[in-house]
Write a protein that binds this ligand. Structure first.
Ligand SMILES: C[S@@+](CC[C@H](N)C(=O)[O-])C[C@H]1O[C@@H](n2cnc3c(N)ncnc32)[C@H](O)[C@@H]1O
Length: 337
């Protein structure tokens, strides 16, 4: 249903025309009248459409709550959902049985390989960084932090924001070469080359730079299966000075069941993506605990976003991973960490 709404550009029609009647929608979209009527009923049922308040005898329709969440008032998809919709739309063109039996699918590579794919990923991240940073900053205070490592830190948008707000802060952005080059350009444009360092590398193969009070993973771990996440958190641990904090900002599977289902379904044909990429809170708690981190704070997603923020601390002593139990993950409110 969503795919047909996108393909027929119904949100744009509603934005242009104000609330139309069913007949007007069916005519404007060139639908078969009988099937079109049934389609509109389904859209109403799903909350993609809703009846508009009107004194006309014929009911009129407007964007329902679900459509308003997914599309801007002018009918274009909300930035945040554009890539979700793109992937979902692409996967609908495949026959699931063929896919399950190994049919080849057009190449979607992760991490992206061509300059256009890198630009598309980092552009999506840049446009949605603001709301993600707001979520992080509600939970994490950078006051007093001197050195922050932003692992897979996009095109440096977040590093520039943090450095501007916190004059004492030095940020290192670690990313693959093409994204690192974008970050270097953005940092230079912002005049922050002295306070933001960009390091190129592949976090699966290369060590992360060391000596940080904070290591951030924002929208990184939900792209990778648990074995890679454990490896990355282990590397983060080695990057942190004693007492340093790791900050994880990711969508949790248990907070976003519908999105998790749609996203994992979209990934089914793409072999670069593993299973269970959106993980429940318990998986992060277990990995952190196994690596000897102390859990300091868990802020579950609020109704505006999809991301939870998890803050954990590297203990002062004992560099070797331990089985020390983590604190219970119930600290939702409280001070910024
Ligand atoms: C979804 S984006 C998140 C970007 C940024 N952290 C943010 O929240 O805006 C994922 C990032 O992971 C980076 N990445 C993917 N695979 C990587 C790898 N093997 N090594 C280093 N970075 C990687 C990508 O280049 C991209 O910048």
């Amino acid at each position: 249903m969503l795919e047909s709404v996108v393909a027929l550009e119904l949100p744009a029609l509603l934005a242009r025309r104000g609330p139309p009647t069913a007949k007007a929608i069916i005519a404007a979209l060139k639908l078969d009248p009988h099937r079109g009527q049934k389609w509109l009923e389904l859209l109403l049922h799903m909350g993609l459409l809703e009846p508009a308040p009107s004194r006309h005898p014929q009911p009129r329709y407007q964007a329902g709550p679900l459509m308003r969440a997914l599309f801007y008032a002018d009918g274009t998809p909300v930035w945040f959902y554009q890539d979700f919709l793109r992937y979902f739309n692409t996967v609908l063109n495949f026959d699931t049985v063929d896919v399950l039996r190994g049919a080849s699918v057009p190449d979607i590579a992760y991490p992206p390989r061509t300059p256009a794919e890198v630009e598309a990923l980092e552009g999506w991240m840049r446009t949605t960084a603001g709301e993600t940073m707001e979520t992080i900053e509600r939970v994490v205070s950078l006051k007093g932090t001197q050195r922050l490592l932003d692992v897979a830190g996009g095109d440096g948008t977040m590093a520039v924001h943090y450095a501007r707000r916190h004059p004492q802060l030095h940020v290192t952005v670690f990313n693959l070469p093409a994204s690192a080059a974008m970050a270097r350009r953005n940092v230079a444009k912002a005049g922050l080359s002295k306070r933001i360092t960009v390091v190129e590398g592949d976090f699966r193969r290369d060590p992360l730079p060391r000596g940080y009070q904070m290591v951030q993973f924002s929208r990184v771990l939900a792209d990778w299966p648990e074995d890679v996440c454990r490896l990355l958190l282990g590397k983060a641990r080695a990057s942190l000075s004693p007492g340093g904090r790791v900050v994880i900002c990711e969508p949790l599977a248990d907070d976003n069941p519908d999105l998790t289902l749609a996203w994992h379904f979209s990934y089914l044909p793409y072999d670069d993506f593993g299973a269970r990429l959106y993980k429940p809170l318990a998986a992060y708690e277990r990995m952190l605990q196994e690596l000897g981190f102390h859990l300091l704070r868990v802020a579950r997603k609020d109704r505006h976003g999809i991301h939870a923020v998890i803050v954990a601390q590297r203990p002062d002593a004992s560099p070797a991973p331990s089985r020390r139990p983590a604190l219970p993950a119930t600290q939702r409110g409280g001070k910024r960490q």
